[in-house]
Write a protein that binds this ligand. Sequence first.
Ligand SMILES: *[C@@H]1O[C@H](CO)[C@@H](O)[C@H](O)[C@H]1NC(C)=O
Length: 436
Amino acid sequence: MGVSKSLVFCVLVFQLLSLSSAEIRFNEIRNDNRPIIPFDEFGFTHRGRLELNVSKISLSKSNPDLDFSKVGFFLCTRDSWLHVLQQLEDGEITCALQSDLIKHVFTFNNLNSKSEYDTIYSENDADQYTLVFANCLQQLKVSMDVRSAMYNLEGRSNNRDYLSAGKTILPRIYFLFSLIYFTLAGLWIHVLYRKRLTVFRIHFFMLAVVVLKAVNLLCEAEDKSYIKRTGSAHGWDVLFYMFSFLKGITLFTLIVLIGTGWSFLKPYLQDKEKKVLMIVIPLQVVANIAQVVIDETGPYGQDWITWKQVFLLVDVVCCCAVLFPIVWSIKNLREAARTDGKAAVNLMKLTLFRQYYIVVICYIYFTRVVVYGLETITSYKYLWTSVVAGELATLAFYVFTGYKFKPEAHNPYFVIDDEEEEAAAEALKLEEEFEL
Ligand SMILES: *[C@@H]1O[C@H](CO)[C@@H](O)[C@H](O)[C@H]1NC(C)=O
């Protein structure tokens, strides 16, 4: 990546970060006549609070005969929102604010021609709520600055917990996983030291990936624990995004390098393998920018859907691209096995690469599809389970990769007797009939 490109990236990231303040959200609404504006989502325990400060309110019309009870804020669960939509469709009500299924926070008839309104709303029914603004007066345009904070009170001391009900133990989970990765890094250093005669460059690269992952998790734990206590990340999010970025790039590069067999099968990269890297690395940059926007704006932020789609697309392309080098290596190994007569050696490598191919696919499938599925089907109270599932899958992938590609003192590739060689040659014949 060129200097100018990385500069552009940094500027972009900092611009995005300056817009955001984590769980205490700030939105400017200008001349907006949308009938429904969702703001934010939060899982309340039975001691939930919503702090809503609305300022600089200005309305395009203010005739006293307009019914301003049809303009205002309310809280609503997803289930009851479906029922409200049904009521609207059946003509039972003409405005979402008239439904008895929603919880009024405040309506503009209480404004008394002031231009600001602060309120604290207590929510005692535990559930996941969305803060919504409804404007049922046609052609009324609203401008306002909305600052909202949602939190749960905990314990006797009434400490505020700004993390949603299912996410409140996330800091501890991230911290635990980061300890595991630091331990793995220590273990790896030990292995590298003991087998220092057979260490390749790729093994140091693997160490870097594990360390980055550990640091990234540590930053995420700090980020989340600051948000939990104060509602904003105090700069830890910047560190977190930076390490996510580095981790993303190095992890994908590592998968490609191992896939090509770089440094332990051959010391160079072919042109097409370099091309894969040149596609994957810039795409990772885009994916990371998209991730920052997605995290910082929340599910109802402007362009959230677009960025989510960008992220998914880029991610899918990256995941497919990293598979090519593995497939090429498998092909090369098969051809080599036919020609150079070292069937046993090549069969072992072939098995290794085939396993690696399957494990990479499982890893991608699990962390993308299964985790996403878990996220959608689990109740808001257990959102952390999908995080744990994803992290466990990632951990398993790291451990597998480390174990299978560790430096070998007695390289099994080169100590094979004739009997094994014959058996392997047989196996390779079968292998040839087996399509990938
Ligand atoms: C709302 O205003 C009050 C009083 O001005 C302030 O203490 C509180 O922090 C504000 N809340 C938010 C979410 O901005």
